[in-house]
Design a binder for this molecule. Structure first.
Ligand code: SF4
Ligand code: SF4
Ligand code: SF4
Length: 255
């Protein structure tokens, strides 16, 4: 019987949410967080994406790696982009600009509407957005998906994730502390570089192998692709509560 690997599960999960996107667009499209703030509503989108951000210090960016349909759309392009950008690190200045513009503009409207008496702060209203946007969703979904595909085709997959997405920026802050990390067993690794070449998050895994074996990059999506790619079984998930202690232990075992 064929073994179900973590990455096969990951692929299944990402494709499932991608196919659900047209039907659940206003729940899966996190841009509607802006509209939720505008309407002073705590909607499904706010709750779902809020949970993904809150759990990043524990499980890293699993929302990006297992759930977000816009990340999966970019992966469909693979490595066939017109312009090949080799950016080692994300452009955080652009990311922070996107985060600030998104929330500041939404909250400006929020306070204006409070002053006008249109809303009284935040209220739980899970289905506020679908009732407001019904009928336009199909077009919005099509434009968004085609726009993302175009950017990925032009610049490469996950360039948008690494530089422009405000949720990517927020989740990368929390994932600095992620307790779930990928660990490379340096005794098994032969430095073939395959994992770096195929990494979905474009993480330079070689760098982490040579450093201490812990893949702690904030762009890691916890997708498990590197585990599947490594034919020497050198990479695995590990829950590490105290990274410093773990690294000290590795270093003392090496000496
Ligand atoms: S960075 Fe943004 S677009 Fe990319 S997977 Fe994460 S939430 Fe989705
Ligand atoms: S694919 Fe495996 S053996 Fe090759 S560099 Fe990565 S961890 Fe090492
Ligand atoms: S390092 Fe591994 S788990 Fe993280 S994004 Fe790359 S392939 Fe996925």
């Amino acid at each position: 019987m064929k073994k179900i690997t973590i990455f096969k599960l990951n692929l299944f999960s990402r494709l499932l949410f991608l196919f659900l996107t047209p039907a659940l667009f206003t729940i899966l499209n996190f841009a509607f967080i802006w509209h939720s703030i505008f309407y002073g509503s705590i909607t499904f989108i706010v709750i779902i994406w809020g949970v993904f951000i809150i759990i990043t210090p524990l499980f890293g960016r699993i929302g990006c790696g297992w759930f977000c349909p816009f990340g999966t759309v970019q992966d469909l392009i693979g490595d066939n982009s017109i312009i090949k950008i080799k950016l080692k690190k994300p452009l955080n200045i652009i990311r922070y600009f996107c985060i600030c513009s998104f929330f500041i503009s939404a909250f400006i409207f929020f306070f204006i509407r409070i002053k006008q008496g249109a809303i009284n702060g935040f209220q739980l209203d899970l289905f506020r957005i679908p009732s407001e946007f019904d009928g336009e969703n199909t077009h919005l979904w099509l434009y968004d998906t085609l726009g993302i595909l175009f950017i990925a085709f032009l610049l490469g997959k996950r360039v948008l994730c690494r530089n422009l997405c405000f949720l990517g920026g927020l989740s990368s802050i929390g994932s600095r502390f992620s307790r779930l990390v990928l660990v490379v067993d340096k005794d098994k690794c032969n430095n073939c570089g395959l994992c770096t070449k195929t990494c979905l998050g474009k993480v330079d895994i070689d760098y982490y192998i040579n450093k201490n074996g812990l893949i702690t990059d904030t762009e890691c999506l916890k997708c498990g692709k590197c585990i599947e790619t490594c034919n020497r079984g050198a990479i695995s998930y590990k829950l590490i509560w105290n990274r410093k202690k773990y690294q000290k232990m590795i270093n003392s075992n090496c000496t």
